[in-house]
Structures are given as C-alpha cells and as structure tokens.
Design a protein around this ligand. Sequence first.
Ligand code: 5GP
Ligand code: ZN
Length: 116
Amino acid sequence: MGMGDCIFCKIAKDEIESKIVYQDPDAVAFEDINPRAPVHIVIIPRKHIERISQVGKGDNALIGKLFFIATKLAREKNIESSGYRLVINCNKDAGQEVFHLHLHLLGGRKFAWPPG
Ligand code: 5GP
Ligand code: ZN
C-alpha cells in the first residue's frame, strides 16, 4: 500500500476524521478508533514510513520525538505514575495492521507481561 491510500497519511492531512490530541510539523497523535485500554493514543510521524524496520539513520530524531510526545501525553492523561505501555508492532507476528509507522500509548489499566 502506498501513501496515496494510507489511512494514517489521510488522518495526518485531516482528510479523514479522527480525534487528534496533539500535532506539530513532524507528528500527529490521535485516539485509537478501537481502544484496547482506557487511554489508547496512536502517535505517528507525518512522513510515510511503512514499518519500524524501515527507519533510516536520518530518522533518529523523528523517532525520538514520537517517544517524547508519548511521555508528554501520558503525563497529560494522568497515567504517568500508574504506568503505561508504549508499543510498536512490526509485521505479521506482532499483528501490525496499518503500514504507516505508529507508536501506541496504552494506559489506565494493568497489562499482562509477557504480552499475549
Ligand atoms: P497496529 O495493529 O497496526 O499496530 O495498530 C493499528 C491501530 O490503528 C489499531 O489499534 C486500530 O484500532 C487503529 N486504527 C485503524 N484504523 C483507524 C482509523 O481509521 N482511525 C483511528 N483513529 N484508528 C485506527
Ligand atoms: Zn502513510
């Protein structure tokens, strides 16, 4: 799937509706449409990178920024002290469904470890 029909590119460009909770010139964060926890936010780069295995050296700052945004949102959502999980699924075994790199911020309940 190219970026032309990528659902997350469309969310970033505001071409399809979502509940955006943060945005800047490099990244967008929005509520997951099918939340798996009381807090479930998806953080994406505006740049169309299909999966984490495809980031290049030039993307280091961008990837760091996604994590920084996640920690800021966790604080805002009051899950910093209770705890939260940051997840990136890559390809089939991890259950990646949308092939535009994204970081999940999940919190507000206890999670199992190891993951299912
Ligand atoms: P993945 O399984 O690829 O790591 O996660 C994709 C996530 O995107 C899923 O949690 C799914 O619920 C969410 N998602 C898929 N399509 C949409 C959409 O159109 N809008 C929003 N807000 N979330 C979506
Ligand atoms: Zn995309």
